[in-house]
Design a protein. Structure first.
Length: 279
């Protein structure tokens, strides 16, 4: 189909975000200029104003103490990530809300669906060899179902039920190399690669994800759509569903996945769209 229309909601990178709020670079600069202590207290003030004490009670515990009380041990980055995650869950709908789907975009669609058994190639900046996995490997991971909105930057959206496995579960089963001398730990970002790149078998369509988005609990590798096996035009046998981002990041016909510390190319970012494409 047509490229998504640049006149719609996402602004080209460069001028991006400047009008609609603080640009990320500004925020980062501001955060850096705060002392750790004042950042921590600012963070707590923001969170408590917003969510109150219930939020505190539900925080993960640090030796039995909710973490805001154990902040002496925390870094600014962890606090920032917790705040981000608190607000980053995409809305889920009852399954009965699901709508008829639209098919949009066929860049990278394989010419023939059955030419050879499907496999996904996994690589890492630090590996000598690629690894290959099959649908059986995907199906062996815990199945997750969710009903979320697929939003295209062309201006339409559809509520769709999805079935698949979490990308983070795939990553845990087939982990990247640790970025520290210690073991890989999905609770410790320092050990994780910064990005995950996903491409179609012919490399014609490709998306880049920051690792926080990749390990997000609603980021799924899907093989079912509205209760039926994924159809070829929707990305069979396997596609990404990431309801915290626009349709452009929901890559169909996954062929390869790479763990990398270099920000991956992204098809629509290359056409001038925002690389993050977050909602
Ligand atoms: N490989 C590939 N994936 C893709 C696209 C594409 O052109 N090629 N288009 C994207 C866009 S713009 C949207 S809105 C969604 C649409 O998914 P659907 O066809 O299942 O509704 O797929 C995304 N994934
Ligand atoms: Mo789209």
């Amino acid at each position: 189909m047509n490229p998504d229309n640049p006149e719609n909601s996402i602004e080209p990178q460069g001028s991006s975000q400047a009008e609609s709020g603080l640009p990320l670079a500004e925020v980062k600069k501001k955060m850096k200029s705060l002392t750790r202590r004042s950042l921590v207290w600012t963070a707590i003030a923001v969170v408590f104003a917003d969510k109150g004490w219930k939020w505190l009670a539900s925080r993960r515990q640090e030796n039995g103490i909710p973490w805001p009380m154990a902040i002496a041990l925390k870094t600014n980055e962890e606090i920032a990530r917790d705040l981000f995650n608190e607000h980053a869950l995409a809305k889920e709908y009852p399954k009965s809300s699901e709508e008829d789907v639209i098919d949009n975009g066929d860049i990278g669609r394989p010419e023939s669906e059955n030419s050879s058994p499907w496999k996904i190639t996994v690589s890492d900046d630090n590996w000598d060899h690629d690894m290959h996995f099959t649908m059986a490997d995907i199906l062996s991971l815990p199945k997750v179902e969710m009903t979320t909105e697929l939003r295209c930057i062309e201006g339409w959206s559809r509520i769709v039920s999805w079935g698949g496995c979490r990308l983070v579960d795939f990553m845990k089963a087939h982990p990247p190399s640790s970025r520290t001398s210690g073991a890989i730990d999905f609770g410790n970002f320092a050990t994780l690669p910064e990005y995950v790149s996903i491409t179609t078998p012919d490399d014609d369509y490709y998306v880049g994800l920051d690792v926080t988005s990749a390990i997000h609990p609603q980021t799924l590798l899907c093989y079912e759509m509205n209760g039926k096996p994924l159809e070829p035009k929707h990305g069979a046998p396997l596609r990404l569903v990431i309801p915290t981002k626009y349709g452009i990041k929901n890559i169909k016909w996954i062929g390869a996945l790479t763990y990398t510390d270099t920000r991956p190319d992204d098809y629509w970012a290359d056409q001038g769209y925002d690389w993050y494409a977050g909602l």
